[in-house]
Design a protein around this ligand. Structure first.
Ligand code: GRG
Length: 307
């Protein structure tokens, strides 16, 4: 345990888990509402979207949107819509990542991955439709009365999800076995692949709540460190976790010869680095008071999680 990260005491872990479960339930109900299966042949598409988005998942990104929004007094209904949009993008990325052309994984969230439960074409289309649903949600007047705020949310999510964010990071990840990545390269790759959506989660709360520029900057810096801690913990779990606990195939990074934080730093070094990153994330919250406690608990969660 790093000196700078307080131990994961059971009271804050239980507060975090209960807030995370609430976020999962609220976002699921919201997506359930959006994804009413139509009658007719296109029903299959919406059922596949529901399969990808309504079952399982830790709800880490929804939790971050709700927790950050609450810091600025944002009405919960607005925050839940934005969290649902973000989760929709996240679920599309998981479905596409599992495809044979990408990570080729048969297991996701403890069940057959989307293309195994349906078929490849449906998994591609359902992912596409989840991605576009996100922008439909954000652009709707119910998300925020001010069109400028809605526009800022759309622009920010597009940037986080696209070539300068998650898709860019995924591209680097696919190329990575042929690149010799050092810590700086790998941190950049993961900052794009995993960190960008985590960054959007806290930025969205700040946008909805009209946070001051310095507060937004601190939150984004927090998210950057948190995203790295999350990914390093993921690399550790890929080596130490069992597929059953993880709900996805363990040991794939090593099998594919990809550079990971564990391959660069060793297991103990990677664990320490996750703690360092979590401590750095906490340091960026120094200017906030007790309203940021849920975000502090999130930093503990990422390094203590088991799946
Ligand atoms: C296909 C454009 C495209 C991108 C895929 C998210 C992603 C990028 C790939 C998934 C593979 C992976 C291990 C990514 C690192 C980020 C990560 C740990 C994602 C899983 O997020 P969790 O653990 O998933 O929050 P749940 O299921 O809990 O929502």
């Amino acid at each position: 345990m790093s000196e700078n990260v307080p131990p994961n005491d059971s009271k804050s872990a239980s507060a975090f888990n209960s807030a995370r479960q609430t976020a999962v339930a609220l976002v699921r109900a919201q997506l359930d509402d959006f994804l009413n299966p139509p009658k007719g042949p296109e029903k299959r598409l919406v059922e596949a979207m529901r399969y990808a988005a309504l079952d399982g998942g830790k709800g880490f990104r929804p939790f971050l949107v709700l927790a950050t929004s609450a810091m600025f007094g944002v009405p919960q209904a607005q925050a839940v819509r934005v969290a649902a949009a973000l989760e929709s993008v996240h679920c599309y990325s998981l479905a596409h990542d599992d495809l044979p052309a990408m990570d080729d994984d048969a297991l996701r969230r403890g069940r057959p991955s989307l293309h195994k439960a349906y078929d490849e074409a449906t998994a591609i289309l359902a992912g596409d439709a989840l991605l576009t649903l996100a922008f439909e949600i954000l652009a709707d007047g119910a998300t925020h009365a001010d069109a400028n705020v809605r526009l800022a949310l759309v622009a920010s999510l597009a940037q986080a999800a696209g070539r300068q964010g998650m898709v860019g990071g995924q591209t680097l990840d696919i190329l990575s076995p042929d690149l010799s990545l050092d810590m700086a390269d790998l941190s950049r790759l993961q900052g794009l692949k995993t960190g960008a959506l985590i960054g959007f989660a806290v930025e969205a709360g700040a946008l909805l709540g009209a946070a001051e520029a310095a507060q937004t900057a601190a939150l984004k810096a927090y998210a950057q460190e948190l995203g790295l801690a999350f990914q390093i913990a993921d690399d550790v779990l890929d080596v130490t976790g069992a597929s059953q606990t993880l709900g996805k195939t363990a040991g794939k990074d090593v099998a594919e010869g990809k550079a990971t934080f564990v391959s660069l730093l060793g297991l103990a070094g990677a664990r320490q680095e996750a703690e360092n990153r979590a401590a750095a994330a906490l340091a960026h919250l120094a200017a906030f008071g007790s309203e940021a406690e849920p975000l502090r608990q999130a930093a503990q969660f990422v390094i203590h999680r088991k799946n």
